[in-house]
Write a protein that binds this ligand. Structure first.
Ligand code: NAP
Length: 547
């Protein structure tokens, strides 16, 4: 039987140990660990003209992290942590991109990275246990390992409103913002979407634009971020106990580095509860507000209602026009990815900002002049889509993956995406997905480190045992999915439509897509798998002695 790694047109595929797809936080780390620590022959690819992944593309005005940066970075190299100087608690996109470029230089990664090159397909050749990877430049690579860091939140969600191509002004998506930037001075701008990207871009554009119209489908529970300098005492405490700090991050639920509450909202008096919410409202941070106030906001209706009542009161106090305040007040549970932004609700007090509720007055079409809803037409010079991502699976499924027996990953996942440990899927040997479906719902850089350590250990295990491939058995994968379902369904997150469950993209399966027990529990599951020699995984011996 001839396999896809066979000679085609007289051109042998380039032999490698591993192909890494993506050069964001996950891909750069994977390349460094596999090439510099394990000594493998690795190449990484990214379709962007620069490294940085989602932080390359998301250069919209106002883009910044909303994780305190002391936990939004790598920890594996203490010297990197000590020598890189962040300017702010929540750095802006250019600073994060500069950090990732510094990482690429510091570990000499660029010589193994091919940019502006998209991976089109990855086909597993069972004859030789190799992945044949084909790029859009026509290059063919045969690699034993495929490591995908393609971005949980990277593939854009671009709604197709009728007439979009007729618009005579400019159209941008926050996640594909022009690197050259753009000016809004003197312009009438419309922003569609009010998620994390939307609240940031809205708040940043409003003072610059002549007029801003926000098209809101769902009101948001946004809390202040409280941008500012990194707390010097906090930084000193991390430096004094570096290992302890990162152990705390890795053992936590969110991986954010703050102390998560262990107190249910119902365990305190009304006055105490109000004081705790007030304290964290003043401290800033969305995950902090959800997880540092009380232990059960994401799982218990009483706690969730207490949090939403508090935020609703803040909206009413902040927004001066009662009708605008009403439209900005969410009516659903507080169970989307929590967001934060300084000055978001205050923006609607500006004379040059108008809010349109597109749930009651839907967008009908984009016209040459702007946006037409059922009730009105809005003349615009610029339309900004802050409509988010085809999250979790979007970029993975853009690559045509063919596993054992010619099975297409899209078919394997037709009903819903499945993995074991958020890392591997049955029938696709030696293919590791960093932040694949059913991975942890946490801050990413520390979780990337937990995952790459596991991947490196799995590769070492193959080397030690003389085996060629590893993959989860189908029943192991089903058991992990059942675990994720059980945990996910015990939370309030499936009750609200969002990218977390796939409900933001029309036609996408709406399902549990995360392991919602937190980073600490997740890391423990990875440790168990490794320490017990990978129960529930299948291994194969080398299929053919390489020539
Ligand atoms: P998002 O949270 O999915 O928000 C998309 C927004 O667009 C929502 O308001 C959504 O309304 C709206 N929308 C989507 N399709 C629409 C349509 N056809 N008509 C009208 N409105 C539509 O996306 P995001 O804001 O880009 O954020 C996604 C995730 O990326 C975040 O949750 C976060 O994890 C990450 N992120 C982080 C930061 C940061 O601060 N570090 C910044 C940006 C993004 P509905 O709510 O009704 O669906």
């Amino acid at each position: 039987m001839s396999g896809p790694t066979d000679n085609r047109d007289g051109v042998e595929p380039v032999e490698l140990d591993a192909v890494v797809i993506g050069t964001g936080f996950a891909g750069l780390l994977a390349l460094h660990v596999l090439r510099n620590d394990l000594g493998l022959d690795v190449r990484a690819f990214d379709d962007a003209p620069g490294v940085g992944g989602t932080w390359y593309w998301n250069c919209y005005p106002g883009a910044r992290a909303d994780t305190e940066v002391t936990a939004y970075c790598y920890s594996f190299d203490r010297d990197l942590f000590d020598t890189w100087r962040w300017s702010e608690r929540y750095p802006r996109q250019p600073e994060i991109l500069a950090y990732l470029n510094h990482v690429a230089d510091r570990y000499d990664l660029r010589r193994s990275i091919t940019l502006e090159t998209r991976i089109l397909s990855a086909t597993f050749d069972e004859d030789v246990n190799r992945w044949l990877v084909v790029t859009d430049a026509g290059e063919r690579l045969a690699a034993r390992f495929l490591i995908e860091g393609v971005g949980l939140l990277s593939s854009t969600n671009m709604p197709a409103f009728p007439g979009q191509e007729s618009f005579t002004g400019e159209i941008f998506h926050t996640a594909r913002w022009p690197q050259s930037g753009t000016s809004f001075a003197g312009k009438r701008v419309g922003v569609i979407g009010t998620g994390s990207s939307g609240v940031q871009v809205i708040t940043e554009i409003a003072p610059e634009a002549d007029h801003l119209t926000v098209f809101q489908r769902s009101a948001q529970y946004s809390v202040p971020a409280r941008h500012g300098a990194i707390d010097a005492d906090f930084l000193a405490s991390i430096r004094a106990d570096y290992e302890g700090y990162w152990q705390h991050v890795r053992n936590s639920i969110t991986g954010f580095g703050f102390a998560e509450s262990t107190t249910p909202a119902s365990a305190v008096s009304d006055e105490e509860r109000e004081a705790i919410f007030e304290k964290w409202w003043n401290h800033g941070g969305g995950f902090q507000f959800m997880f540092a106030t009380f232990s059960d906001i994401g799982v218990d209706l009483f706690a969730n209602n207490a949090a939403t009542d508090f935020i609703k009161r803040k909206i009413a106090e902040t927004v001066t026009d009662p009708e605008t305040a009403r439209m900005l007040t969410p009516t659903d549970l507080y169970a989307k990815r929590p967001l934060c932004c300084d000055g978001y609700f205050e923006t609607y007090n500006r004379d040059n900002v108008a809010l349109v509720d597109v749930r009651s007055d839907p967008i009908v079409e984009i016209t040459p002049r702007g946006v037409r809803t059922t009730n009105a037409e809005y003349d615009l010079d610029v339309i900004v889509f802050a409509t988010g991502f085809d999250a979790v699976t979007g970029n993975t499924l853009k690559i045509a993956h063919t596993g054992r027996g010619g099975v297409d990953l899209a078919d394997h996942w037709a009903h819903r995406p499945t993995t074991h440990l958020g890392l591997m899927t049955s029938g696709f040997p030696n293919m590791f997905m960093m932040f694949g479906p059913m991975g942890p719902f946490t801050n990413q850089p520390p979780a990337d480190e937990v995952q790459i350590e596991w991947i490196a250990d799995a590769i070492r295990h193959l080397q030690k045992t003389g085996m060629d491939t590893i993959e989860p058995a189908a029943e192991t994968e089903s058991a992990w999915v059942a675990t994720c379902d059980e945990i996910g369904n015990s939370t309030l997150f499936p009750k609200v439509d969002s990218w977390i469950n796939g409900a933001n993209v029309p036609g996408k399966p709406v399902t549990i897509m995360f392991y919602m027990a937190g980073l600490g529990a997740y890391a423990e599951r990875l440790r168990e798998a490794k320490d017990n020699d990978y129960p529930g995984f299948r291994f194969t011996a080398p299929a053919r002695t390489p020539a």
